[in-house]
Each structure stands twice: as C-alpha cells, then as structure tokens.
Design a protein around this ligand. Structure first.
Ligand code: C5P
Length: 257
C-alpha cells in the first residue's frame, strides 16, 4: 500500500464516564474500535492499517481487529455472491487486510508518533483517525486520501459551525463573539504526505510546542506547512460524552430497521 491509516485508540475516555478505555466501550455490542475498523476496511484504497492501543490492551485490540477482518470478509463475500449472476464465488473476493497493533503513549501526540514508527516503507500518505469517530463513512477517508494525493497538502475534513461562538472569561463574562463564517469544526481522518507530517513533528518537538497542539493539522500548520479543509460529514462526530454514545446507538438502530 502507498497509504496508511493510523487509528489512535489509546485514550482513557474519562469524559465518557466509563472504566473502559474509550475505544473498547461497546456500541451495539461491539467496541468502538471495531466500528472504526469497519470504516477503514470499507475504503476503496487498500491501506496499511495501524491501531495504537492502550499498553495493557494490545492483545484485546488484536482480537478485535482479527474479528473485524473476518466479519468484513464474510460480508464482502455475501455481497459479491448476491450480485453475481449465478455462479457461486470460488474464493473470498476481498483479501483480509492485515492490521498492525502497537502500544500507545501518554498523550495523543505520543500515540501518533508510535503509530508512525510502524509505517511500511512504501507508504507516502498518512491518515490519522480517532477511534472515537466510530461512525465515519469510508468515503470520507477515501476523499481525504484523494485530496492529499491531488494537492500535496495536508487535508482535514471540517464542518461549518452552526452555533454562535463566544469567548468567555473565567467569571462567565462574554469577552467577544467570534465571526463564525470563518470557522470550521475539524474532524478526522486527517491526511498528510508522510514527509510533511514527519517534518512537522520534528519541528514541533524541537520547538517544544507539542502540549499546545490538539490535532495533527494544528501541528503541521504551526510548522508553516499548507493544510486545507474539505467538507466533513455529520457521522464523523467524535464520541466523547454519554450523550454522544446514545446518539450513535440511535443512529445505528435506525439504520438497521
Ligand atoms: O481525548 P480525545 O477524545 O481528544 O482523543 C482523541 C483520540 O486520540 C481518541 O481516539 C483517543 O483514543 C486517542 N488518544 C490516544 N492516546 C492518548 C490520548 C488519546 O491514542 N494518549
């Protein structure tokens, strides 16, 4: 493969109010990580897949990945046999995709770094995706790969901000209203030419800026490199709170009926 997706799944998920690390919380009886893998298995682009798991959950993540890959193969085989005209398929039409599992770090940025260490030499486009954005459509991931390839820039999906955003002091007093026409709510997967992401990370490390930056696009832009926004998708929302999880349950339930 010439593209890779690093799924960062090593967060604790304390805001979800669950003892389980977030990627292992169940949604329709399957871990969020399993849903995130469904997305990546569904991509048109055959990508290298790297999952960054909590250090003590590496073997669990491996089992989840193996199960998701089997499930994907069964679904793909069933889809091809129903669309074929007569003859039964002789073998599984879609090869299982291998998934590399690595242990994550203390911060999201540490986890991305550990994921990058596992990239194959052939890879020149890297996507970083939050496991917590469990319902992201596969097509959005392919759009990001295509846009990185055609522009050579960093690419992130973003949605217009619908609320009016206030800057607020600790006291609760409003300091100002931000012009929302120039705001975009960033999502993942965030894609970059591999060298661009590696250079930006080296630059950020050297300048001690890591703690201030919450996503990969901020890090690349901070290093003075170009990052563009393409249209995001409502289903790429991040499952952070119990209400988000409830919303994801409702969406999946509605899709199944
Ligand atoms: O905490 P937040 O929701 O912003 O985390 C975004 C993503 O980064 C999640 O998918 C989480 O699992 C991942 N993460 C990680 N390693 C950390 C912290 C967060 O992989 N140390």
């Amino acid at each position: 493969p010439t593209a890779a997706v690093i799924i960062v799944a090593a967060g604790s998920g304390t805001r979800l109010g669950n003892a389980e690390p977030k990627a292992f919380v169940l949604l329709q009886m399957r871990p969020l990580l399993s849903h995130a893998l469904d997305t990546i298995f569904g991509m048109r682009e055959l990508v290298q897949i790297i999952v960054v798991a909590p250090g003590d959950r590496v073997s669990d993540a491996r089992a989840i990945a193996a199960q998701a890959a089997r499930r994907h193969d069964v679904l793909a085989a069933a889809a091809s046999s129903t669309t074929s005209t007569g003859a039964a398929p002789t073998s599984s039409p879609v090869p299982s995709r291998t998934v590399t599992i690595v242990a994550g770090g203390r911060t999201r940025q540490d986890s991305v770094e550990l994921g990058m260490d596992a990239l194959l030499p052939s890879v020149d486009i890297v996507l970083v995706h939050d496991a917590a954005r469990a319902l992201t459509p596969a097509a959005l991931c392919d759009d990001v790969v295509d846009a990185v390839r055609s522009t050579g820039h960093g690419i992130i999906p973003g949605l217009p901000v619908v609320d009016t955003i206030k800057r607020v002091a600790d006291s609760g007093a409003i300091l100002g209203t931000v012009d929302r026409s120039e705001l975009s709510a960033g999502q993942t997967p965030q894609g970059f030419p591999r060298a661009m992401l590696a250079d930006a990370r080296a630059w950020t490390l050297q300048n001690g800026r890591f703690e201030a930056l919450t996503d990969d696009a901020a890090l690349v832009a901070d290093a003075g490199l170009p990052v563009n926004v393409i249209p995001g998708h409502p289903l790429a929302f991040k499952i952070t709170t119990p209400e988000d999880l409830e919303r994801a349950e409702v969406i999946l339930h509605a899709a199944a009926t």
